[in-house]
Write a protein that binds this ligand. Structure first.
Ligand SMILES: C[S@@+](CC[C@H](N)C(=O)[O-])C[C@H]1O[C@@H](n2cnc3c(N)ncnc32)[C@H](O)[C@@H]1O
Length: 221
């Protein structure tokens, strides 16, 4: 899914933000992707930001999944990949100018510890229409359809100075093979009945909504 451009507009927006925030910074830019999965997001961002840096870019991905980190390290040799729990990251204090955290759990005391002075946390959370077409097929008949991220935003704002919230919404056209990948990718399928899973897998094409919010925060002064 990731390699087929599913998150391309998101990668574009995050990269733009990092370039803006970095401004005329002379030192090397250091980015940690916390909960990096199979690494394509960090690698995509690196590709877009790197040419605009004066002194290079250090990108580090960390994930608790050995399979994810193995896939990342095989596919992208330009970053450091590391298996670790976000609750106990193996990095010294104040090492990163940016901490990315996309659709993954967080550990804000660790993020605060690892952020450099004036560093930025970029957290991506789903909005209520994220994968709404999948939700409708799987759970159209139950109250599980509705989703709210209010608590997540408040929790973030309790730990960081919330500077900005960027809304991203687009639709992706998928063919039958990609629908199969999406069904296997999303935890939404874990609670769906066999019959509803099959209904989705039998579709020849679908347009799927990706709706996300990017939270931008800094450590409190
Ligand atoms: C939905 S995936 C998102 C992956 C990637 N950021 C993306 O957007 O494609 C969530 C990731 O969080 C990782 N994760 C969950 N708990 C974690 C923890 N305690 N420490 C590190 N990673 C964790 C999972 O292994 C998984 O790769």
């Amino acid at each position: 899914m990731c390699q087929n451009g599913f998150f391309e507009p998101l990668i574009e927006r995050i990269s733009r933000r990092i370039k803006q925030e970095s401004g005329t910074k002379k030192q090397r830019i250091r980015i940690l992707d916390a909960g990096c999965g199979e690494g394509s997001l960090l690698s995509g961002i690196r590709e877009k930001v790197s040419p605009h840096t004066a002194n290079g870019l250090l990108s580090v991905g960390v994930d608790i999944s050995k399979e994810g980190i193995l896939a990342a390290s095989k596919a992208y040799s330009d970053s450091i990949w590391c298996v670790a729990d976000l609750a106990k990251c193996p990095f010294a204090n104040q090492q990163f100018d940016f901490i990315l955290n996309t659709l993954s759990p967080s550990n804000y005391s660790e993020f605060n510890r690892m952020l450099a002075n004036d560093g930025t946390v970029i957290k991506v959370i789903p909005e209520k229409n994220y994968l709404k077409e999948v939700r409708e097929v799987f759970y159209g008949h139950t109250p599980r359809r509705e989703y709210s991220n209010e608590g997540t935003v408040k929790h973030f704002a309790d730990h960081f100075d919330l500077l900005d919230m960027e809304h991203v919404r687009y639709r992706v056209a998928l063919d039958r093979a990609l629908i199969g990948h999406l069904v296997r990718m999303t935890p939404l399928s874990w609670g769906a009945t066999e019959e509803r899973l099959q209904k989705m897998l039998d579709m020849d094409s679908a347009k799927i909504t990706v709706e996300l919010t990017i939270l931008i925060g800094k450590t409190f002064a």
